[in-house]
Ligand binder design. Sequence first.
Ligand code: NAG
Ligand code: NAG
Length: 788
Amino acid sequence: MGLRQLHLLQDLLQQMFFQMCPHLLCFLLLLCVPDTHSAKCPEQCVCDQIQLTVTCNSKNLTHIPPTLDEITVKLDLRGNDIQELPSGAFKHTPYLTHLSLQRCNVRRVKEGAFRGLGRLVFLNLANNNIDILYQESFDGLSSLKQLLIDRNRVEEIQPGAFSQLGFLNLLSLTHNQLVYIPNMAFQGLQNIKWLRLSHNSLNYLDTEALAGLFTLTRLSLDHNELQFFPTETMTRLPGVTRLDLSYNPMTYLGEEVVSMKKLTHLFMDHMSLQDLDPTAFSKSSKLVHLDLGHNQLRVLQPFSEGTSSLARLNLAGNPLSCNCYLRPLREWSIRNKVKLLGTCGGPAHLSGESLEAVYPPELRCQSQEAMLRAEREEAARITPPPTQEPKNKVKCPANCACEADTHHSSCENRAHTKVPQGFSPGTRLLDLRGNHFHFIASSSFPGMTQVVSLHLQRCKIVEVEDGAFSGMKGLIYLYLSENDLSSLSPGAFKGLPQLTYLHLEKNRFTGFPRGAFSLVPSLLALHLENNSISRLEPDVLLGAGSLRSLYLTGNAIGNVSPRALEGAEDLDTLHLGGNKLKEVPTEAFSKMGSLRELRLSGNTIRWVGPNAFRPLERSLKELYLDNMGLEKMSQSSLAGVGPGLRSLFLEGNLLEEVPDLHPLSSLEVINLAHNPLMCDCPLLPLRMWIEKVNLKVRATCANPPELIGRRVKDVQVFRACPGGESLPPPPTVTPKPAKAPKATKPKPMHLKGPRRVKMLKAKRRKQGSNTKPTTAKKTTKRQTMELI
Ligand SMILES: *[C@@H]1O[C@H](CO)[C@@H](O)[C@H](O)[C@H]1NC(C)=O
Ligand SMILES: *[C@@H]1O[C@H](CO)[C@@H](O)[C@H](O)[C@H]1NC(C)=O
C-alpha cells in the first residue's frame, strides 16, 4: 500500500469515527490517536519530536528534504550541497523559527526563496558562495531578527534587498567582496542595531550608503580599504555609539571629520595614521573610549574642546617620540583625566616607558643638532633597503601602483594621457581617476575581464568611442563622473553585460544621452546629476528595461514628455529635484506602476493639482515636494497615494494650508516645517490629524501674528472651530511665558473673508513687491526660525 493510500485510509477512518460518536468524549479520544503526520522525518535526518527540531548535518543533500514535518521549528541543514535555493523553498515548513544553511555551497538565493517563513527569527547563510543579493531574496522574512551572510562572495547588493526585514536587529556581511555600497542599500531595516561589514574591500562609502538606519547603534567597518573617514555618511547615522574602523588604510584625520553625536566608542587602531587635526573628534562630544593604537603617530596634539567625555586614549604601538612636542598632550591628559595607554618609542632613555609613567618635565627636547642627527639615524633605520623586492609581485604599468592581495590597481592623479596598458588580468578594481585622457579609444581595456569597478572620474573625457570597454565582462561599476562628456555614441557601452551602476554625473550633457543604454542589459542605476539636460524627450529610456533608479537632480529640465519614461517601467526611484519644472509631470508617470520614491524638491512648482500622483497610487512610498515655492495643493492632490505613502516632505514652501492628511494612513515621516501656515479654522483638519497620529509633524503657525512661531499642535484657536470641540483643552497649570501676547484682542476664532484677506495683504506688503518665490521663501523661513 502506498503512502497516498495510507493517508486516504486514515482520513476515511477519522471521518467514520466522527460519524459514529459525535460526543465530546469521542473527540478527546480522537485527539489521543497518534497523529501519523508528526512522525514524518527524512531518512538522512535526526528529528526531535518534542523540541520540533530536524538536523540533517553534512549529509550531501542536494535539495531541501521534501518530507519535513510541517510543524518543524528548527531546521539545521549545515554542510550539505544545496547549490540553489529556489523560490518558495521552505513553503512546507511555515513554523520555522531557526534555519541554518552554513557550508551548503549555496550560490544563488532566488527571489522569494524564503517566502512563507513569517516566523523565522534566525537565518544563517555563512560560508556559502552567494555573490549577489537580489531585490527579493529575503522577501517574506517579516519577523527575522538575525541574518548572517558572512564568508560568502557578495559583491553586489541590489537596491531593496533588505527592504522587507523591518524587524532585523543584526545583519552580518563580513568576509565578502563588497567594493562599494549603493545608496540606500539597507533601506527598510527599521530596527537594525548592529551592521557588520568587516573584512570586505570597501574603498568608498557614498553619502547615502547607510541612509535610513536611524536605529543603528553599532557599526563594524574594520578590515576594509577606506582611505578617508566618511564624514557625510557617518553623520547620517544619528544613533551609532560604537564604530569600528580598525585596519583601514587612513593616513590623516582632518578638522572635525568625526561628527557623530552619540558615539562613545571609536576604534581606529591598526590604520596608517600619521597625523590628525586637534579638532578631528571635537564634534563627537560623547566619546569616551578612543583607540588609536598601532598607527604611525610620532607626535600628537592635545584634542581641542568638545571631547570632554574622553576617558581612555589608546596609543599603544605608535612610534611616539617622548620629547617636548608630546608635552602638551601629556599635560592635557593629566588635566582632563584622560588615561593614556601606550609607551614611548624614543628617545633612547625613555624608550619603552609607559606614557602614564612619564611626567611633563621629563618631556624635553635636545639641542637642534642632536635632534637632527637622531632623526637621520632613525630614518636610516626605518627606510627599507632599496634592493628589497616587494613580497607579492604583480604585473603593473609604469607610474601605477598595483596590489596582488587585494587585486587593486591604481594610477590616480598621475597625469597619464593614455589609458595605461599591462595590468594584471586578475585586477578587480582599477582606479584611473584624475588623469588627462580626453577620450577613451575603442578596446582600451583588453583582457581586463575581472574588473568589477572602474574609476575614470576627472579625466577630462570628451568622447567615449564605440566599444571602449568591450571585453570587460565582469564590470559592474563604471564611474565617468566629472568629465566633459556632452554626448554618447550608441555603441559607447557595448560589451558590458553586467554593468549595473553607471555614473555620469557632473558632465556637460544638455540632452539626455539616448540610445547608449540599450546595450547595457543589466543597468540598474543611472546617475546623471548636475548636468545641463533641459528636457526629457519621448522614449529616451527605450532599451533600459532593467533600470530601477534614475538620478537627474541638478539639471535644467523644464519639460518632461508624457512618453519620456516609456521603456523603463520597473523604475522604483526617480530623482528630479533641483530642475526647472513648473508642474508635476503626472502624464509621464502613467505606466510607472513600480515607482516608490519620487523627488521633486527645489523645482518651482507653485501648485499641485488634483490627482497629480494618481498613476503611482499602488507604489509610491516616499514623496519629496520640499523647497519648491509651493503655494497651494489641491484637496485631492494626493488622491490615491494615501494608503501607501510612508514619507512626505513639504518643508520650505509657501503653504498656508495643507490638504486633509487623514487618508495618509501609513505615513511614518512628514515634514511641514518652514511653511507660513495660517492657524485658523481652514487648518482644522490638519490639527485634528495631528491629534490622531503619533508623528513629529514640524508644523508652526506663521499667521495670525499673535500665533507666529507656535506649534500648530499647541495653539488653542482650533477648539473654537466647528468640529474642533473634541480637541484637548489647554493644560491647566501651564506657566505662561512672561512675554505672551495679551489677550486683549478678540481671538481670531472663526475668521473668514475680510480679516483674513487683510492679513494676507499685510504679509505680502511685508515681503515687498518682489514676488520671486525664492525671496519670499527665505523671508518666511527666517521669520519662522527666529521665533522657534
Ligand atoms: C558525502 O560525499 C563525500 C564525497 O563524495 C563522501 O566522502 C562522504 O562519505 C559522503 N557523506 C555522506 C554522509 O554520504
Ligand atoms: C551636485 O552639485 C551640488 C552642488 O554643487 C552638490 O552638492 C551635489 O553633491 C552634486 N551631486 C552630485 C551627485 O554630483
